[in-house]
Design a protein around this ligand. Structure first.
Ligand code: GTP
Ligand code: NA
Ligand code: MG
Length: 290
């Protein structure tokens, strides 16, 4: 559509790697830097995704627990991640889940950046990590290959600026754009039933602009957007392309990996949801009767 208003959007980055290699610590350190440099006062809410601002760049990180969610989304055909950061502990090297994470990223055709973590530790051997990774086909750019490796410490924060720079460079090559001038739609990153607020869903906006009052449908779930909360816990009026946002107002809990989209009216939302519900039930019955 040549009329479409294409805008630049932030890259969406997923962090994967072997158990205890420092994925959560890395995300925490990045977020700490962000919280420290951002507005004070907002209570950080867990919405499964958040953004880091680095120079003029914004980067969206998916804080999903490892590759289970990544795989679930891919199985549903949702292309969510633009870049995979594979974390390898420099004192432990390549492990089975490192290989798994690489396989997932490759299957999804997502560019890989390797974060060699824990370089502050005695016994850290970033060269060994590069050698092991090269053996399984990821040749370090600093050795003339085409995979970027960045040495980092989630403990001291060393190398994190480099990591963000590298993400920025890889994202720029991808020329990530989206149509901002259309009915909003996005992917459900996670969803749950909140005691006080009812069904809440974290949606990563992929097109358009989501606003309070918008009729919305996701699979067999529908509703009207009652409130929007950003990753800092602040209530917002609108969410744009690339923004992760907590959406209140669904009548039931959507599924991670499902598309969420704005439609013209609550009636349409309800009708679409009911059609989907009927289809899902019919499929379930067909499966049971073999
Ligand atoms: P799982 O989610 O369980 O797979 O682990 P993870 O990859 O998220 O690792 P996590 O962040 O839980 O870190 C595991 C341990 O390594 C913790 O004790 C961290 O404090 C420690 N750790 C993580 N990064 C670093 C680092 O850069 N330096 C040092 N010294 N310790 C680190
Ligand atoms: Na851990
Ligand atoms: Mg973790």
């Amino acid at each position: 559509d040549s009329e479409a208003e294409m805008v630049q959007r932030p890259p969406v980055v997923t962090i994967m790697g072997h158990v205890d290699h420092g994925k959560t610590s890395l995300l925490d350190k990045l977020r700490e830097t962000e919280v420290a440099s951002g507005e004070a006062g907002g209570i950080t809410q867990h919405i499964g995704a958040y953004q880091v601002h680095h120079g003029d760049d914004t980067i969206t990180f998916l804080d999903t627990p490892g590759h289970a969610a990544f795989t679930a989304m891919r199985a549903r055909g949702a292309r969510v991640t633009d870049i995979a950061v594979i974390v390898v502990a420099a004192d432990d090297g390549v492990k089975p889940q490192t290989q798994e994470a690489i396989d997932h990223a490759r299957a999804a055709d997502v560019p890989i950046i390797v974060a060699v973590n824990k370089i502050d530790k005695e016994g850290a051997d970033p060269v060994r990590v590069r050698t092991e990774m090269a053996t399984i086909g990821l040749n370090p750019a600093d050795w003339g290959g085409d995979t970027e490796f960045v040495d980092v410490s989630a403990k001291t924060g060393e190398g994190l600026d480099d990591l963000l720079d590298t993400i920025g460079v890889v994202a720029e090559i991808q020329e990530l754009t989206a149509n901002a001038d259309t009915e909003a739609s996005g992917v459900v990153i996670e969803a749950r039933l909140d005691q006080g607020r009812g069904p809440v869903a974290t949606v990563l906006i992929q097109r358009g602009t989501l606003e309070i009052g918008d009729p919305i449908v996701s699979g067999p779930n529908w509703g009207k957007v009652r409130a929007l909360i950003d990753y800092t816990g602040e209530r917002i009026e609108v969410a744009g392309v690339g923004d992760p946002v907590l959406v209140l107002g669904f009548n039931s809990v959507p599924s991670a990996g499902d598309l969420a989209m704005v439609v013209d009216s609550e009636k349409t939302a309800r009708t679409k949801a009911e059609e989907r519900d009927t289809r899902l039930k019919a499929e379930a019955i067909a499966r049971r009767s073999g």
